[in-house]
Design a protein. Structure first.
Length: 134
């Protein structure tokens, strides 16, 4: 049986929902805690997903949490790639390749939203998500 890595998710905004939806498709990691610079956002996320709410520093220092992301991006967001074991193929890239995430390459919000719509269409065509008929 493969090792299941414990993940501490830093950043509980809109993109966090994507990680929670996408992580159900992987059997090698489990999100066990979350943090955000806005503590109320972390508490809301923790309650919604039945995980532990922590501060960013607590996640970064917690030795039981094996995967964490903590680089700050252009807009102050917490960004980074998660790798499992010695693999050079990141969880992030796997989610992008399987249409569960959109890479951020400096594009506009509108272009990012379009990427999510294309992903939804691709997942629907594969029968992975259900799209009700009008």
């Amino acid at each position: 049986m493969n090792k299941v890595f414990k993940v501490g998710l830093i950043g509980c905004g809109h993109i966090a929902e994507t990680y929670f939806r996408g992580h159900q498709y992987f059997n090698n990691f489990k999100i066990v805690a979350c943090a955000d610079i806005n503590q109320k956002a972390a508490e809301k996320c923790a309650k919604l997903y039945n995980i532990k709410s922590m501060t960013v520093n607590e996640i970064l220092k917690d030795k039981d949490i094996e995967l964490k992301s903590h680089d700050k991006g252009k807009f102050g967001r917490i960004l980074g790639e998660l790798f499992v074991g010695s693999s050079s193929y990141s969880v992030n890239q796997q989610m992008i390749d399987e249409y569960h995430a959109v890479p951020y390459l400096g594009q506009s919000k509108q272009d990012t939203e379009q990427g999510h719509l294309w992903n939804r269409q691709a997942l629907n065509e594969q029968g992975i998500i259900y799209q009700p008929e009008d």
